[in-house]
Design a protein around this ligand. Structure first.
Ligand code: PLP
Length: 314
């Protein structure tokens, strides 16, 4: 990052297509494509923008397209799908049978896209990616997977859950963030050269905004390349998560039995969730965030935090 700032300055100075693309952006996109074993990648100013503008573009530009969306998809995907104007079918969370029932109802000739996440950040559960890919094959649909809560943390090179399960080649587009495990800011999609080029050429959220600062692109690339070659952080995180889960369970706290690194403790009441987290901080120097409406429905208030963030304050 120091070298990039010396060579290229702070901001990108323009949109990607008008002077905003530097060598750092090109190298970052190459690293992201390599991370996911894809032909190409495209960087956006956030993961939110990546989802919103990619899904809006795909849904709008593929004539007569139908989008199938998991009921618990992130707001950025919902916004993109809504803005695409495409016909939308919401299937029950992580439920292949319901997805299949909805796919069956649509004319086989229409272009279809299935949009879902790998790790769902509020409950910490993981989607049945292979089953969804099987259905996509059977019904001729594209697959779009949000790996925001998995990149850097899962898979032998940090490519996410699809990589960990050896099926990343079955996803047409993988979306991720540079803002969580990679410690920067920004978002991206990775996929075939043709699909990435299609989004690059048509997505307003890519075309009409100042490019990510090259210094951020350089930092993200360093971070990605490090995590592609080091398993130590992933192992340390798994160890830490196991201890947190085991200790919470040992004292009888109602933690959700998640398969991921996310450890939600359900409180079920917004003001109680706040009281619990205040008390943890005041009495025990433990800082965790309450998760309340509108992030989750009111009845699902919790405290949930990746253990990396459960830091002791003093
Ligand atoms: C599942 C999911 N997708 C996308 C995003 C947006 O990513 P970013 O924070 O990089 O905008 C988030 C939240 O951060 C998220 O939880």
């Amino acid at each position: 990052m120091h070298q990039a700032i010396d060579r290229l300055g702070t901001g990108a100075g323009g949109t990607r297509n008008i002077a905003g693309t530097t060598h750092e952006h090109v190298l970052l996109e190459q690293s992201l494509a390599a991370l996911h074993g894809k032909q190409a990648a495209l960087v956006f100013t956030s993961g939110y923008v990546a989802n919103e503008t990619s899904l809006a573009t795909l849904g709008k530009m593929m004539p007569n397209c139908v989008i199938f969306s998991d009921a618990l998809n992130h707001n950025s995907m919902i916004a993109g799908i809504r803005n695409s104007g495409a016909e939308k079918h919401v299937f029950r969370h992580n439920d292949p049978a319901d997805l299949e029932a909805k796919l069956k109802q649509v004319d086989p000739k229409r272009p279809k896209l299935i949009a879902f996440e790998s790790v769902y950040s509020m409950d910490g559960d993981i989607s049945p990616i292979a089953e969804f890919c099987d259905l996509a094959d059977r019904y001729g649909a594209f697959t779009y997977l949000d790996e925001v809560h998995a990149v850097g943390m899962y898979g032998r090179r940090g490519g996410g859950v699809a990589q960990e399960r050896g099926i990343e080649h079955r996803l047409h587009l993988i979306q991720g963030t540079l803002g969580k495990a990679f410690g920067m800011v920004g978002g991206y999609i990775a996929g075939s050269a043709a699909m990435v080029d299609f989004v690059r050429s048509n997505a307003p959220g890519f075309i009409f905004t100042t490019a990510l600062p090259p210094v951020i692109a350089a930092g993200a690339r360093a971070s990605i390349n490090h995590l592609m070659n080091s398993e130590a952080e992933r192992q340390a995180q798994r160890d830490r998560v196991a201890v947190v889960k085991q200790r919470l369970a040992a004292v009888g706290l109602p933690l959700l039995d998640s398969e991921s690194h996310i450890v939600p403790v359900m409180i079920g009441d917004a003001s109680l969730a706040k009281q619990v987290t205040d008390l943890l901080l005041e009495r025990h120097d433990i800082y965790v965030q309450p998760i309340n409406y509108p992030t989750v429905p009111r009845a699902r208030s919790a405290f949930a935090s990746p253990p990396a963030r459960c830091i002791r304050m003093r």
